[in-house]
Structures are given as structure tokens and as C-alpha cells.
Design a protein around this ligand. Structure first.
Ligand SMILES: Cc1cc2nc3c(=O)[nH]c(=O)nc-3n(C[C@H](O)[C@H](O)[C@H](O)COP(=O)(O)OP(=O)(O)OC[C@H]3O[C@@H](n4cnc5c(N)ncnc54)[C@H](O)[C@@H]3O)c2cc1C
Length: 370
């Protein structure tokens, strides 16, 4: 396989948009497409841990994130009344609204010369060995040296190329999320632990805003009746008297303010390429969110893929090196996230110390070079 000069990236989420910028920076022609008609303008927040910020910094993108987001470096635990139980140092992280992160990544990619198109997907793909032929949903055709499947956990492209066996499965929890004005107390990664074993989490996403989440156990994925999510979350969090939680919940007056979804996970075995199609981000590995690391792993994937492409004249060597460098690290984070998820599904109160210890230990692991 010859050198990679022209790449199609399918999906311009966190992984795809970072890859578009990173590959442009090493001189590759990038065509990025996304099925959604526009860059998202609404959504929850995301915590970019130290490793994600380090990877963004290597591309010169950490600063704009810090400018828009909120820097913090502590992990605090409270009871359901909002009394502080414990503070641990945590690695320097940045909380940021997802739409803001998307804007930063896409602006950087477009500014570097990547062609970004929205409302577009692929209808047909044929790997010819020396190139990939593609037909788009608008009837146009294209030829690329490499196609990156960055179309998320439910990746259609992965299904088409790698088969259905790699698809996601339910992890036994669902997540309720909403944005709120930031109370002074939320100046770090905060977990509010209730006496019944529930945990509500929150972190700042800017100096004025924060993001609140609650994970709920269930055997099967929960189905929430339309229009009722705002009422149901109040019932579930009734035992929380912490002003931070109560006052935030009072502002949730419409079901549309709640972003609810079951947690579906997948880890595709290495290698993550078949011929000239390569998986990146959640398409390759969607962990549970307990380590707040799926987006960070996608960003690291993008940085490593660009480095591998730039360091060899052979597409095959580049793709082999990419999976080799990524798989074990991603699996460690995937396993730790799943273990934290299991702790909450078991004896949640008895597991709290184990859970905090694993979180802090995995933060340290994340600091290792990629
Ligand atoms: C509740 C929750 C909380 C989380 N919190 C954090 C956190 O705090 N920190 C963190 O690092 N990670 C977090 N994550 C994980 C993080 O959101 C994901 O790992 C990250 O979004 C993956 O990025 P991606 O680009 O691979 O996929 P996505 O963000 O899913 O992007 C995929 C893109 O592909 C597009 N697409 C889909 N299908 C097609 C198609 N057929 N054709 C073209 N385009 C298509 C979509 O429109 C989308 O834009 C969390 C996840 C969840 C569920």
C-alpha cells in the first residue's frame, strides 16, 4: 500500500473533527462528511481529562478549549445534603459544553483546509486494494487512499465493513443529563453520594454553567415516556436535599432539557482496519462514561493516526502501527470504566472506596505517554 495522501472521514464528531485537523496538519488532503445537517448547537457538557488536553495541546487546540471552558483539578465527594465528605487532587481537566468543543474542532479543521460537508453520508464503498471508491448519498463519487469510520458507537460503516458482531451492547445503566447554571460549590469534578447508593455527578463547563448527570441501573434499557423526563428525574432524585442539586432541578421544567440515553458499549478487537478502512473513536471503542474518557480516547486516536500516517510511506504500516499503539491503552480505560459501572450495579455503597481508588489510579495511568 502506498503513502496516504487523500482521506475521507465519515463522521465529524469529536474523533472525526480532530482527525480532520490532525491529518491536515501533516499535509494530507481531508474530506470530512457528517450525516447531520449542521454543527450541533445544543448538547450536554464534556470533561476533557489531562490526557485529552495534552493531545489537544499537541495540535495547538488546548488553549481555545480552556478559554471557552472551565479548568479544574480536584475530585470532590459530597453526601446527598451537599456536605463535603472528601476532596482528592485530580489531574488538570477542562469542562466544556459539547457544542463549543465541536465548534473549536471544526473551525480548526476548516481553517487548515479540510473540506467539511454536512448532511451527507456514503451509500456505497468498494475497497480496491490500492484505493477506496465511494458513492455519496447525493450521488457524487470519490476515490480515497483511506476511509476513516468516525461515525460513532452505532457506526454504519463499521457494520458494513467489519460486520454486525462488533455492534454495541447495553451496559446495564442509563444516563440522565442536563445543563444548569454553575453553583459556587461545583468548581471541580463532584460526586454526590446518597444513603440509598445513588450517585449524582456534576462538573463546570464554563464559569457560568455546569453539567449534571445521574446513572440509573436496569436489566434492560429503560424507555422513558415522551414528555415526562423532567418529572421522572425529580422523582428519582427526591432524596437529594443538596441546594446545588435541588436548585438546578427546579430550573428543569421541560422534558426537552433532559438528555437521556441507555449506555451502549463496544470494543472492537484489534486491528481496527480492514484493507483501507479504519475505525476511530467510538466506532472502534465506546466505553461507559465512568472514566469521562471516550472523547479523550477519540482525540488521542486522531493524534496517533496522523502521526502514523506521517511517519511511513506505506498505508498498511501506518494502519498497523495505529492499532498497535492504541489497543492496549484503550482496553485499559474501557475495562476500568466497565468495572466502575459494575461497582454501581452491585453493592454500590460497599464499593464506593474501591470505586474512588480505581478512578484515581486510572487517572494516573492516563498520564502515561501515548
Ligand atoms: C453520558 C456520556 C457522558 C460522556 N462523558 C464524557 C466525558 O466527560 N469525557 C469524555 O472524554 N468522553 C465522554 N463521553 C464519551 C464521548 O461522548 C464519546 O466517546 C465521543 O463523543 C466519541 O466521539 P466520536 O467522534 O467517536 O463519535 P460521536 O461523537 O458519536 O460522533 C460521530 C459523528 O458521526 C456522525 N455520523 C453518524 N452516522 C453517520 C453516517 N452514517 N454518516 C456520516 N456521519 C455519521 C454523527 O452525526 C456524529 O457527528 C461520554 C459519553 C456518554 C454517553
Amino acid at each position: 500500500m502506498s503513502r496516504v495522501k487523500r482521506v475521507l472521514i465519515v463522521g465529524s464528531g469529536i474523533g472525526g473533527a480532530t482527525a480532520a485537523y490532525a491529518l491536515r496538519k501533516v499535509g494530507v488532503d481531508v474530506h470530512s462528511i457528517d450525516i447531520k445537517p449542521d454543527t450541533p448547537t445544543a448538547g450536554s457538557g464534556i470533561c476533557l481529562l489531562h490526557n485529552a488536553m495534552r493531545a489537544l495541546d499537541s495540535l495547538g487546540l488546548a488553549e481555545p478549549c480552556l478559554d471557552s471552558g472551565f479548568h479544574f483539578n480536584a475530585f470532590r465527594q459530597f453526601n446527598s445534603a451537599g456536605e463535603l465528605l472528601q476532596t482528592n487532587p485530580a489531574p488538570p481537566s477542562c469542562g466544556i459544553p459539547r457544542p463549543e468543543l465541536a465548534r473549536i474542532l471544526e473551525t480548526a479543521a476548516a481553517g487548515a483546509g479540510a473540506i467539511l460537508e454536512k448532511g451527507l453520508t456514503i451509500e456505497y464503498l468498494k475497497d480496491r486494494g490500492d484505493c477506496v471508491e465511494v458513492r455519496f448519498s447525493d450521488g457524487r463519487e470519490g476515490i480515497y487512499d483511506l476511509v476513516v469510520a468516525a461515525d460513532g458507537a452505532y457506526s454504519k460503516l463499521r457494520e458494513q465493513v467489519f460486520g454486525v458482531d462488533c455492534g454495541p451492547r447495553f451496559a446495564g445503566q442509563s444516563v440522565w443529563r442536563f445543563n444548569a447554571p454553575r453553583p459556587d460549590q461545583v468548581d471541580a469534578f463532584c460526586l454526590y453520594r446518597s444513603a440509598s447508593g445513588r450517585t449524582v455527578g456534576s462538573f463546570p463547563t464554563s464559569k457560568d454553567s455546569c453539567y449534571i448527570f445521574f446513572l440509573e441501573n436496569s436489566q434492560e434499557p429503560l424507555r422513558i415516556p415522551e414528555g415526562e423526563a423532567h418529572l421522572l428525574i425529580r422523582e428519582r432524585l427526591a432524596e437529594y436535599t443538596a441546594p446545588t442539586i435541588r436548585e438546578s432541578l427546579e430550573l428543569v421544567t421541560d422534558a426537552k432539557q433532559i438528555i437521556f440515553r441507555p449506555l451502549d458499549i463496544t470494543l472492537v478487537p484489534a486491528p481496527w482496519h480492514l484493507g483501507r478502512v479504519v475505525l476511530l473513536g467510538d466506532a472502534a471503542h465506546a466505553p461507559t462514561p465512568h472514566m469521562t474518557s471516550g472523547g479523550g480516547m477519540a482525540i488521542e486516536d486522531a493524534v496517533v493516526l496522523a502521526e502514523c500516517v506521517a511517519s511511513t510511506n506505506s498505508a498498511r504500516e501506518a494502519l498497523e502501527a495505529y492499532s498497535d499503539r492504541r489497543y492496549d491503552r484503550v482496553k485499559t480505560i474501557y475495562d476500568a470504566s466497565m468495572q466502575l459501572c459494575r461497582y454501581e450495579q452491585g453493592d454500590a455503597i460497599g464499593n464506593r472506596e474501591r470505586s474512588s481508588a480505581l478512578l484515581l489510579q486510572t487517572y494516573q495511568y492516563l498520564g502515561q505517554p501515548i
